[in-house]
Design a protein around this ligand. Structure first.
Ligand SMILES: [Zn+2]
Length: 165
């Protein structure tokens, strides 16, 4: 998969190529993901509230090993967003939201739409029965309320695809 301009293009590619899991997504995008196991470095990350980071040229994500699954998946998808959107460099993702940063916001959008898509793929029956509205689903996946409005189009696409299947 080549570089993309925004999260909608990434979501469209993932859906059209029928990619249904995060592992498959990383494989198809040729992004390597490794968990941080070096004790000293991990202590530094924990102290500084860093969850994950990426190296764009190497297409490499490094994520802290001790994160809860939802947090870890979000972090992996966020860093993938940086790589696929062509953000250059090596940014740190802190658990404190970076306000007013377009780069961080666009990586978060990638993370949220893909998180919802993969959640749908994994639990489509359960989710369509449990969550009646997009807002309920977003709350369950801890997506900030301020970002929900940005995602409505993408969610519609996901929902359309699921209900058609
Ligand atoms: Zn970031």
């Amino acid at each position: 998969m080549a570089n993309f301009n925004n999260y909608k293009e990434i979501l469209n590619a993932v859906i059209s190529q029928n990619i249904t899991t995060i592992d498959e997504f990383l494989k198809r995008t040729q992004i390597k993901c490794t968990e941080l196991s070096n004790f000293d470095l991990e202590q530094y990350w924990i102290k500084n509230q860093v969850e994950a980071t990426y190296a764009s040229r190497e297409r490499l994500i490094i994520v802290r090993a001790d994160l809860m699954p939802l947090v870890k998946n979000k972090a992996i998808l966020h860093e993938s967003g940086h790589i696929l959107l062509g953000h250059v460099g090596n940014y740190l993702l802190s658990s404190t939201p970076v306000s007013g940063s377009n780069i961080e916001h666009s990586a978060n959008m990638v993370s949220y739409v893909l998180l919802l898509w993969f959640a749908y793929c994994e639990h489509s029956d359960e989710i369509t029965q449990t969550f009646l509205t997009y807002d309920e689903l977003a709350v369950a996946y801890e997506i900030p309320a301020d970002d929900i409005d940005y995602l409505k189009d993408a969610f519609y696409l996901v929902h359309k695809k699921i209900t058609k299947a």
